[in-house]
Design a protein around this ligand. Structure first.
Ligand code: HPA
Length: 273
């Protein structure tokens, strides 16, 4: 792994990729953020040694390195899911690569199903805790339990969003393996467990960032109400619809988190040490 990282980093440097202030993994249907990155260097995943290609609709499989105001951002458009057959060690490669490039702040976005009855399609949920019971992800060490209960960071980001006129909510993200959506009984039990939203990614990426002592925040776009919460039938097309509802807000929020002088993402106290 270390050798693979070294040779890939060398190739990325040669392509003009330097040290990002922040890295962001863009979820299904949320790749539009790449449009606002200035002076981008774009590298298809297929040009990065050791990188698999992505196979999920709505993911373009490329990294973008460029400017948001005076910050450097490294955006991953397309992620690797465990349900596609990738081991967890591979699903976290974007985090490892970014960290090897010298980056200490991670944003993760995803599409998720709303479990909490108060949630509506189009809500932006800041992830303040994680449940990942079905597969206990234990990648490299045992410190995950320390927390991903990012209360103060989530509070700061909520205030930042409010100052930009963007409403956000917060809640606990439950990782479910997928690829099928959940049954009604599963969603009922997840609610009793304390979950507010469910999705098929993100947990391992945040855990890896914690292990690497980065600051990190996950943002879920509620693209549908989870099975049984509403009577609507679920399919993948809702993701694009919900994304278009909140595209502007999400881009604005992410841009501020990356670019603001006093963004909470860069506060030393929010790095997991
Ligand atoms: N369940 C799991 N993952 C999801 C959902 C859902 O309802 N919506 C978007 N990703």
């Amino acid at each position: 792994m270390e050798e693979l990282l070294d040779s890939a980093i060398e190739i990325l440097h040669r392509k003009g990729i330097g040290t990002p202030d922040c890295t962001i993994i863009l979820g299904s249907g949320l790749g539009m953020f790449t449009k606002v990155i200035k002076n981008p260097v774009i590298v298809p995943y297929s040009d990065i040694p050791g990188f698999p290609s992505t196979s999920v609709a709505g993911h373009d499989g490329a990294l973008y390195f460029g400017d948001i105001s005076n910050r450097k951002v490294l955006a991953w458009s397309g992620r690797f899911h465990y349900y596609e057959g990738h081991p967890f060690d591979r699903t976290i490669l974007p985090v490892r690569f970014a960290n090897a490039l010298g980056c200490n702040a991670l944003l993760v976005t995803n599409a998720a199903g709303g479990i909490n009855y108060r949630f509506r399609v189009g809500d932006l949920m800041l992830i303040d805790d994680i449940i990942s019971l079905p597969v206990k992800i234990s990648l490299h060490d045992q410190r995950f339990h320390q927390r991903y209960a990012n209360d103060d960071l989530v509070g700061d980001v909520t205030r930042l969003a409010a100052s930009a006129g963007i409403s956000v909510t917060r809640g606990c993200y439950l990782y479910a393996k997928g690829p099928t959506y959940e049954t009604k009984a599963e969603i009922r039990s997840f609610r009793i467990m304390g979950a507010d939203a469910v999705g098929m990614s993100t947990a391992a990426e945040l855990y890896e960032a914690i292990r690497l002592e980065m600051s990190c925040l996950g943002i879920s776009l509620i693209t549908n109400l989870a099975t049984g919460v509403s009577k609507e039938k679920l399919d993948h097309s809702e993701i694009a619809e919900a994304a278009s509802l909140r595209e502007k807000d999400l881009i604005e929020l992410i841009s501020r988190l990356i670019a603001d002088e006093d963004s909470p993402l860069y506060k030393p106290e929010y790095r997991f040490r």
